[in-house]
Design a binder for this molecule. Structure first.
Ligand SMILES: C[S@@+](CC[C@H](N)C(=O)[O-])C[C@H]1O[C@@H](n2cnc3c(N)ncnc32)[C@H](O)[C@@H]1O
Length: 391
């Protein structure tokens, strides 16, 4: 592909990403993978260049751009070498017209800025994320694994964590294939650690998805006890199965919940769980380093729906917690409505519950819990609180 054709390909992909953000379709990464599957003529350098153009344009555009071309024109206004490729050559884009619309630059959409927790460094939400590893204690210890990744550095405060540079291809490495390590952001690892799951406990991961945190809980439990991974989406839970096999965590039980009627399937667990983790569906404002187009997906109406759903999930999860047990509420969101205010509202709705202290070497106290941010902690952004049912 010529350099101009790569810019045109980026424009086409951006159009698809913009439409997908509007319609709730697949993520940018999936769309890029599909695009190149149908275009075998594109070599690895073409793919890398197109992908870089796409992500540079997405990262730059805080507000939802009108078209893929507007997103690229906005980028080209700051990058003369890209502007020069709008040259009308075969397969290249038409020249930029004087006064042509270019997407507005910014990190955070204007409507969302005042809703982010005050300590959040908004200019650090779109940085590049490193690759964090978690040693799977079911199969290895740090002393075995660290020498296998000489490029990795430890992460302070997390005994099982290692950090590799952005883009390091862990999934091609033997230790990953053998299940000795998992890829997991340090913030996620911190939340799993804050659950303080121990061997022999009964632990429910209520919004388990594909089981990122479930596997960390399994490692902390040394494979002993009861660990239930629940979710309402079958395909997400199905992705946990092969991961659990690779990690040697086959004691995990999965539980598919019926949305709206979740309590029916959970009745037998009432009052039995030492720990319930609610890693709730959220705006994902803490994960823009990985999914920068997620900020185009969020609307005020969607945020309202998420806040309501988080409260509902907390309310049907609370009865599962045994007397003296804890409910850990977590979101990878940085709005106060989803974090600080949600935890406070739970404590106000539920008599007999208190906020527990969180033994965490990272983050900053915020309301009844802790805030982790890319700018302060070099992790994805999270809010989490430990809520204890008094004995
Ligand atoms: C933030 S993701 C969880 C990520 C996962 N815990 C991890 O560490 O990889 C939120 C999950 O909540 C699930 N979910 C949404 N509504 C739910 C409900 N009512 N009950 C249980 N899970 C729900 C979603 O399907 C999604 O997988």
């Amino acid at each position: 592909m010529t350099p101009s054709a790569r810019v045109q390909a980026a424009i086409e992909l951006l159009d698809a990403i913009i439409a997908s953000a509007r319609d709730g379709g697949p993520a940018a990464d999936t769309l890029i993978a599909r695009y190149f599957k149908d275009r075998r003529y594109a070599g690895s350098r073409d793919r890398r260049a197109v992908r870089d153009h796409v992500y540079d344009a997405v990262r730059r555009a805080g507000e939802y751009p009108s078209t893929g071309r507007a997103a690229m024109v906005g980028l080209a206004r700051e990058r003369p070498e890209i502007a020069a490729l709008f040259d009308d050559s075969a397969h290249g884009p038409a020249p930029i017209e004087p006064g042509e619309e270019g997407a507005i630059a910014g990190d955070v959409p204007d409507w969302l800025k005042p809703l982010l927790a005050a300590p959040v460094e908004q200019n650090a939400l779109l940085g590049r994320a490193p690759v964090d590893l978690r040693v799977n204690r079911l199969k290895a210890v740090m002393g075995d694994v660290a020498p296998l990744y000489p490029d990795a550095v430890p992460i302070q405060g997390l005994a099982d964590a290692l950090r590799l540079p952005e883009g390091w291809p862990v999934e091609q490495s033997e230790p990953w294939k053998q299940g000795l390590v998992e890829v997991q952001d340090a913030g996620s690892q911190m939340i799993s650690a804050a659950c303080q799951a121990q061997p022999g406990m009964t632990v429910v991961d209520m919004c388990a998805g594909a089981g990122g945190k479930t596997l960390a809980l399994a490692s902390a439990m040394a494979g002993k006890g009861t660990l239930i991974a629940a979710d309402t989406i079958r395909s997400r839970l199905a992705r946990l199965d092969p991961r659990a096999v690779r990690a040697g965590a086959t004691f995990i039980e999965t539980l598919l919940l019926d949305q709206v009627h979740e309590s029916r399937a959970l009745e037998a667990l009432n009052g039995r769980a030492d720990v319930v983790l609610v890693d709730a569906p959220c705006s994902g404002t803490g994960t823009w380093r990985r999914n920068p187009e997620a900020r185009w997906r969020l609307t005020p109406a969607r945020l309202d729906r998420l806040v309501q759903e988080q409260a509902r999930i907390l309310d049907f999860s609370a009865p599962l917690v045994a007397s003296g047990g804890v409910l850990v509420y977590a979101t990878c969101a940085l709005t106060d409505r989803e974090g600080r205010d949600q935890a406070r509202a739970f404590l106000e709705r539920h008599a007999g519950w208190v906020a527990d202290s969180i033994p965490c070497p990272m983050g900053r106290p915020h309301g009844d819990g802790l805030l982790l941010t890319p700018g302060h902690d070099a992790t994805d952004g999270f809010y989490f609180a430990r809520l204890r049912r008094m004995a």
